[in-house]
Design a binder for this molecule. Structure first.
Ligand SMILES: *Cc1c(COP(=O)(O)O)cnc(C)c1O
Length: 424
């Protein structure tokens, strides 16, 4: 048995893996054709045909509509922008509460705060890391306006239960599917079951355009409101004859022609990229499933996982070794992309100190905030325990992950597990 690299033995992975790269010749050609055309964006912030953007923006959006089987796809310059447009579009009022997962990238919750609405964090399911419907229900107050579900790591939240809660309480649902493009949930694409959903196109995701995002909805009114928020709503509504002026405060969230030309090529490859992540994850699971005290990903019934991340949980007590020590040993073998815990958004300084807009605690200290919402440690025990003690993540879109590379990842885990005694 080889000595652990941590204790001076040879490393399993001697050379770094090649990075995951979704770009090919097609993207190069598509981007350069746009540059040659001289039209890098055609958007106009006024009520004219170009209010909806240029040819590549429109082509990409129509292709996203066909692909994801939705009435409307709306491109934006980041998914963070998309989330802000979505929260504004549902007619949020200052002080309204939106129930959101703490186990997500911080932007899911910040998008709520940007409209002076109040994020309320519900706990997550221990197996899928998505919002727990029971905790959502327990966090509903007279001021709740919407639910922000997050399809974290690559699989859908329990949308059947969440949509049912929303219908019973007359709430809107926004779904942050940044990490799960192409995942299926009960026969539909994740992100398309909510009132508004969508995907990130940033550099780290399955497919990307450098920066960018796609909003999807089947609601004509919400779609038009998001197009207005994307493109200087306040300067457009007069000429357009828009009557509902609530949140018609515009931004410039427009995505350019080059990005959309690249996006058109990326979308054609999405299912292939997803299948390659799934194959790598299945190979990894086959290799790791015999290791005691390590739980491999749990996939929801009637759903698929696209493995943006590969979430594992350690049984630290059974192992008798701390997570920190195990990760140290994994990394010493040359393994990149492993992480202890994920995020507990409610524990970020902004929420702990309730300092966001200015320095006086707005919006929490103002009368638009109708009750004292707690962000104390303890409000999301499942998410907190996983983050603090037992969750172990592996980034699946960091490296290309050929079969040989996946086998090396497995070999790293097997070696560390065979040497647990020396770590104790
Ligand atoms: C990436 C990501 C975002 C933000 O997307 P950007 O395109 O970078 O703005 C939001 N939520 C989740 C869960 C993400 O993974």
């Amino acid at each position: 048995m080889d000595t652990l690299a941590l204790l001076g033995g040879p490393q399993v992975i001697e050379a770094p893996f090649e990075r995951y790269n979704s770009m090919g010749e097609e993207e190069v050609a598509a981007a350069s054709a746009v540059v040659q055309s001289g039209v890098l964006s055609k958007f106009i912030g006024g009520w004219r045909p170009d209010f909806y953007g240029g040819p590549k923006v429109n082509e990409f959006e129509r292709q996203c509509e066909a692909y994801f089987n939705v009435r409307h796809a709306i491109t934006v310059n980041s998914w963070t922008s998309g989330l802000i447009a979505a929260v504004g579009a549902i007619g949020i009022e200052p002080g309204d509460e939106v129930i959101v997962s703490p186990w997500t990238m911080c932007a899911s919750a910040t998008a709520i705060l940007q409209w002076n609405a109040i994020p309320v964090f519900a706990d997550i399911e221990a197996e899928t890391f998505c919002l727990d419907p029971a905790s959502v229900e327990a966090n509903i107050s007279p001021y709740t306006k919407a639910i922000m579900a997050v399809d974290i790591f690559g699989q859908s939240a329990n949308m059947e239960a969440i949509m049912d809660i929303a219908r019973r309480h007359n709430l809107k649902v926004i779904c942050d599917t940044a990490q799960a493009p192409g995942a299926y949930y009960k026969g539909a694409f994740a992100g398309t079951l909510a009132d508004i959903g969508g995907y990130s196109l940033n550099y780290h995701k399955h497919i990307h355009t450098g920066e960018g995002g796609i909003l999807v909805t089947n609601d004509d009114t919400l779609a038009e409101r998001m197009r207005l928020i994307r493109n200087h709503a306040e300067g457009v509504v007069g000429a357009k004859g828009t009557n509902d002026l609530a949140n018609m405060i515009g931004f410039n969230f427009r995505l350019g022609e080059i990005e959309c030309a690249i996006g058109i090529e990326q979308l054609k490859k999405l299912s292939r990229f997803v299948e390659s992540r799934q194959a790598a994850a299945e190979r990894l699971t086959a290799g790791l499933s015999g290791l005691k005290g390590l739980r491999t990903p749990v996939v929801r019934e009637d759903a698929t996982h696209v493995y943006y991340g590969y979430p594992m949980v350690l049984d630290v007590e059974a192992l008798g070794v701390s997570r920190a020590r195990i990760i140290e040993a994994l990394r010493a073998e040359g393994l990149e992309g492993v992480a202890a815990g994920y995020v507990n958004v409610h524990l970020l300084p902004m929420y702990q100190k309730k300092i966001a807009f200015g320095n006086s605690g707005f919006p929490w200290t103002s009368d638009i905030c109708k009750r004292d919402v707690s962000y104390d440690k303890g409000i999301c025990p499942v998410a907190e325990q996983l983050h603090d003690e037992s969750f172990l993540g592996f980034e699946m879109c960091l490296h290309r992950l050929t079969d040989q590379e996946v086998d090396k990842v497995v070999a790293v885990f097997q070696k560390v597990w065979a040497n647990l005694d020396t770590l104790r």
